[in-house]
Design a protein around this ligand. Structure first.
Ligand SMILES: Nc1ncnc2c1ncn2[C@@H]1O[C@H](COP(=O)(O)OP(=O)(O)OP(=O)(O)O)[C@@H](O)[C@H]1O
Length: 763
C-alpha cells in the first residue's frame, strides 16, 4: 500500500489577510462534500490557471485537531496493536502548522495528534487488558530525539549535557536504523507520558525566525513502543511521530548566521528527502537515504507498516512558490509503496508453568537454535486499508521460527530506571553467518541461524581477509559491524552468546568511529556549501566566498571548489574596481552614457546571477546531493547547462595599473584589509597544487616562447600576456590564477585550459 498523504491548510494568522488567501480545497468526483480530496492553487506563472493536486484527503482551514485525528490516526491504532509499525510525519514549509498538528496547544481542543494518539493507545491497552482478564499486559515506553544540524540528540538529555557530536545511528538490518545510546522511558499512564513529553520538548531546538516566532530548528522523532505480553508470547510494535523542521527560503527569513546554519541543515535534509522520494518514484536503483540522518531514520518506502504523511500548507500568497513545491513533493510521495508487514510475536516459551527458572523465557526458536526469521517479502505481506477498518485478509501463516525486530520486553515488571541502550551495557556480540544452504527457499532469503562454531568462522574470515585488498577488508568489517549491531539489537533472544575476538572488536569500534567522523565532516562541509550558495543567490559574494573557504576544509581535493573561489574572488575584485571606476568617472559621463551603462550592467549582473546558479549546479557532479532548491519543484524545473563562466573581468582592472596595485606588491587585488585575509587564503589554496605553481612560474618568466606553448594560448596571446605584465611593472609577478585570469585577453576559461594542458607538458 502507498504512503497515505493528506493535506491540511492552516487558518489565516493574525497578520494575514483574507484577500491573500490562494489555497482552497475542492471535491473530486466521488468525494462526499464533507471529505474533499483536492487542493487548488493558482499557477504562479499564470494566475488565471489553477493547479489541482489530488490527495487521499484534504482538510481546509476550519478543520479541528479532533477531525484530523479521528480520520487519519485513530484508525491506525488497532493495527498498531496487531503488530504493525506506524509512522506519522508532518511535512511543510516553516510556519505552516506542523508542530501545531503534531503537538498542538495546551487546551483540550487544541491537543495535537501525538497526545491524542497516546490517549488512544492507553485506552485500547486498558481494554485489551480488561478483555483478556489481565492475561495480556501492555507496556508503553517512549524515546524522543531530535536531529539538529544533522546530529542526533536525545531529547531526554538537557542541551548542556549533550555530547556535541550527537548519538550515532546504526543500521540494524531490514532497512531499520537504531539510535545508539538513546534513552527509553516507560510511561504507564497518559499523564506520565505528557509529563515526559513536555519536559523533553523543552530541550527541543526552537527559535524565533521572521516566519515563525517558535520555529522548530530540528526534526523531532517520537517513538512509542508498545509491548504486549501474554503467557506465551511478546509482541512489539512502534508508533513513530515525526515533526519535521520546515524548509525555509532564506531570502524571506532574515536569518542570522546561526539560524542560517540550522536552515542550511534543515533544507539539506529536506532536499535529500525530496531526492529520495523522487528516486523511489522513478524506481531508481540508488535511493540516497544515507545522505542525511533524517532520511536514514525515516527510511521512507523502506520502512514497514503504515505510513501517513500530513502535508501542512499555509493558505496565503507569500508562500505561493513554497506551497507549490511542497505540493509537488507530496504528489510524488503518495506514489511510494510501503510494505505493510506486521512484527511477528516472540514466543516466550511453551509455557513458563512447570518449567525451571532457567528455562523461563526460552523461546521455541531458542530451543531449536533459531533466532531470527527474516521479514516476509512484499508479496507475502498483508495489505491493509486502514480507513476501511477491515482486516478481512487472512493473516499469513506464521513461520515456525519467529521474528521480531525489537528486543523482547522484560516480562511484566517495568524497569523504571533509564532503559538506555548505551554501548557500554552491550552484551558480548556474536556474528552469525549465513550460507546459501541455510536459505529458506520459499522466502527467497537466508535465515540467520545460530552457529555454535562462530569464532572459528570469524577467525577463518580474518585469515581470508589478510589475503584481501584494503577495500575488501573494509567491506568485510562493515558487514561485521552491521551483523554485530543487528545481533546487539536482538541480544535478549540470544542464547549462549559467543564473544567476538578482542582484536576484531577493537577494529570494529575503530571503523565505526571513523565512519561516523567522516559522515559528520562531510555533512558540515555540505552545510557550508549550501550557505555559500544561499549567499550567492542573494548576491553576497564576500560571505559566499567565506563559506566556500570553510567548505574547502572539508573537501580539500575539490578543484571545482577552488575554481569557484577564484572566480568569486575575481568577481568581488571586479565589482570593487567597477565601483571605484564609476565613483571616479561617473561625473563626467553624459546622461545617455549613464543610462546605457546601467542597462548593460543590469544585463551583466543578470548574466552573472545566471552563471552563478549554473556554477552551483555544475558542482553537483563532484559533490553529489548538494541541495539545489530550484530543482526541487517539478513545476518549475531549472535545468542548467554545465559550463564554466568567464569572469566579468573589469577592463579597467586589466588595463589601469595605477588602480590595480595587487599584481605588483600586494596579494590582495582589493587592497582591503578585511578582504586580504580571504584573498591570502584563496591564494594559498590555489598555490597549493604543483600544477598551479608551475603555470604561474611559466607566466612569470615573461618568455613568449614558453608561454605560447601553454594550451589555448598561442603566440599572439602569449605576447599580449607578456606585454600586459611589462606594462604593469618590470617586476610584476602573477601570484594566483585569479590574477592571471584578469590579465587582458585571458579570462578564467583560458587559465583553466592552460592549467589542464600542463598535464601534457613536462612539469
Ligand atoms: N490548524 C491551526 N489552527 C490554529 N493555528 C494554527 C494552525 N496551524 C498552525 N497554526 C499557527 O500557525 C503558527 C505556525 O505554526 P507551527 O509553529 O506549528 O508551524 P511549523 O510548520 O511547525 O513551523 P516550523 O517549521 O518553523 O517549526 C503557530 O502560531 C500556530 O499556532
Amino acid at each position: 500500500m502507498s504512503v497515505r498523504v493528506v493535506a491540511r491548510v492552516r487558518p489565516l494568522l493574525k497578520a494575514e489577510h483574507v484577500n491573500e488567501s490562494i489555497v482552497s480545497t475542492a471535491s473530486a468526483p466521488g468525494d462526499t462534500e464533507a471529505k474533499p480530496s483536492i487542493i487548488r492553487i493558482p499557477n504562479p506563472k499564470k494566475e488565471s490557471e489553477a493547479f489541482s493536486f489530488h490527495f487521499n484527503s484534504v482538510y481546509d482551514q476550519g478543520t479541528t485537531q479532533a477531525e484530523v485525528f479521528d480520520n487519519e490516526v485513530s484508525p491506525t491504532v488497532k493495527h498498531l496493536f496487531k503488530g504493525y509499525d506506524i509512522t506519522l510525519f508532518a511535512y511543510g514549509v516553516t510556519g505552516t502548522g506542523k508542530t501545531h498538528t503534531m503537538r498542538g496547544g495546551k487546551s483540550l481542543a487544541d491537543r495535537g495528534l501525538i497526545p491524542r494518539l497516546l490517549s488512544s493507545i492507553y485506552r485500547r491497552a486498558r481494554r485489551i487488558e480488561k478483555d483478556s482478564a489481565e492475561e495480556t499486559q501492555v507496556e508503553v515506553s517512549m524515546s524522543y530525539y531530535e536531529i539538529y544540524n544533522d546530529r542526533v540528540y536525545d531529547l531526554f538529555e538537557a542541551p548542556e549535557k549533550r555530547t556535541p557530536a550527537g548519538l550515532p545511528i546504526r543500521d540494524i538490518g531490514n532497512s531499520k536504523t537504531q539510535v545508539v545510546g538513546l534513552t527509553e522511558r516507560p510511561c504507564t499512564t497518559l499523564k506520565e507520558f505528557e509529563q515526559l513529553y513536555d519536559q523533553a520538548n523543552v530541550n527541543r531546538s526552537t527559535s524565533a525566525t521572521k516566519l515563525n516566532a517558535h520555529s522548530s530548528r530540528s526534526h523531532a522523532i517520537l517513538c512509542v513502543k508498545i509491548t504486549q505480553t501474554t503467557e506465551t508470547e511478546t509482541r512489539v510494535s512502534t508508533a513513530s511521530a515525526i515533526d519535521l523542521a520546515g524548509s525555509e527560503d532564506n531570502r524571506r527569513t532574515d536569518n542570522n548566521k546561526d539560524r542560517l546554519v540550522e536552515s542550511a541543515s534543515i533544507n539539506k535534509s529536506l532536499f535529500v528527502l525530496a531526492q529520495c522520494v523522487e528516486a523511489i518514484s522513478k524506481k531508481q536503483a540508488r535511493i540516497p537515504y544515507r545522505e542525511s540522518k533524517m532520511t536514514r531514520i525515516l527510511s521512507l518506502g523502506q520502512n514497514h507498516g503504515i505510513t501517513v504523511m500530513i502535508l501542512n500548507l499555509a493558505p496565503v500568497r507569500s508562500y505561493h512558490l513554497d506551497t507549490v513545491s511542497s505540493l509537488n513533493f507530496a504528489n510524488r510521495t503518495k506514489k511510494i509503496e510501503v510494505n505493510e508487514i506486521e512484527n511477528q510475536p516472540i514466543f516466550r516459551g511453551l509455557s513458563s508453568k512447570g518449567k525451571s527458572d532457567g528455562d523461563k523465557g526460552r523461546s521455541i526458536g531458542d530451543a531449536l537454535g533459531i533466532h531470527r526469521q527474516p521479514l516476509r517479502p512484499k508479496n507475502l505481506s498483508q495489505v491493509i486499508h486502514h480507513k476501511d477498518a477491515t482486516m478481512n485478509v487472512p493473516k499469513p501463516t506464521k513461520q515456525f521460527s519467529v521474528y521480531s525486530d525489537r528486543p523482547t520486553a522484560a516480562p511484566r515488571a517495568l524497569n523504571t530506571a533509564n532503559m538506555s541502550q548505551a554501548r557500554a551495557s552491550a552484551l558480548p556480540l556474536k556474528s552469525p553467518k549465513r550460507t546459501s544452504s541455510e536459505a529458506v527457499p520459499t522466502l527467497g532469503r537466508p535465515s540467520k541461524l545460530f552457529r555454535p562454531n562462530e569464532p572459528t568462522v570469524l577467525r577463518a574470515e580474518n585469515a581470508e581477509a589478510i589475503a584481501m585488498g584494503k577495500e575488501a577488508i573494509e567491506a568485510l568489517i562493515e558487514r561485521k559491524v552491521n551483523e554485530a549491531l543487528a545481533e546487539r539489537a536482538d541480544q535478549t533472544t540470544l542464547s549462549n552468546p559467543e564473544p567476538v575476538p578482542e582484536e576484531v572488536q577493537r577494529r570494529l569500534e575503530a571503523l565505526e568511529k571513523r565512519m561516523e567522523g567522516q559522515e559528520t565532516e562531510r555533512a558540515e562541509g555540505l552545510q557550508y556549501l549550501l550557505m555559500a550558495k544561499q549567499h550567492q543567490v542573494r548576491g553576497e559574494d564576500v560571505s559566499a566566498l567565506k563559506m566556500f573557504q570553510l567548505a574547502f576544509k572539508h573537501f580539500p581535493e575539490n578543484e571545482k571548489l577552488v575554481r569557484k573561489m577564484v572566480a568569486l574572488k575575481d568577481r568581488i575584485a571586479a565589482k570593487k574596481a567597477q565601483n571605484r571606476a564609476s565613483a571616479a568617472g561617473g561625473v563626467s559621463l553624459s546622461n545617455d552614457t549613464v543610462a546605457e551603462e546601467d542597462t548593460s550592467s543590469a544585463k551583466q549582473s543578470a548574466r552573472r546571477r545566471q552563471a552563478r546558479v549554473e556554477e552551483d549546479n555544475s558542482y553537483h557532479e563532484d559533490l553529489a546531493h548538494t541541495p539545489a532548491y530550484a530543482e526541487e519543484d517539478d513545476g518549475f524545473v531549472y535545468r542548467p547547462r554545465t559550463r564554466i563562466r568567464r569572469p566579468q573581468t573589469s577592463k579597467r582592472a586589466a588595463t589601469a595599473p595605477a588602480s590595480e596595485p595587487s599584481i605588483k606588491h600586494s596579494p590582495s587585488p582589493d587592497g582591503d584589509g578585511a578582504d586580504s585575509s580571504e584573498h591570502d587564503l584563496v591564494t594559498a589554496l590555489v598555490e597549493q597544487t604543483p600544477r598551479t605553481k608551475h603555470l604561474l612560474h611559466i607566466i612569470n618568466t615573461k618568455d613568449v616562447s614558453q608561454i605560447k606553448l601553454l594550451r589555448g594560448v598561442g603566440a599572439k596571446k602569449a605576447e599580449a600576456i607578456v606585454n600586459c605584465l611589462i606594462d604593469l611593472d618590470d617586476d610584476a609577478k602573477v601570484t594566483s590564477l585569479g590574477q592571471l585570469g584578469k590579465l587582458k585577453g585571458v579570462g578564467i576559461k583560458t587559465v583553466e585550459n592552460m592549467r589542464l594542458g600542463l598535464d601534457r607538458m613536462a612539469v
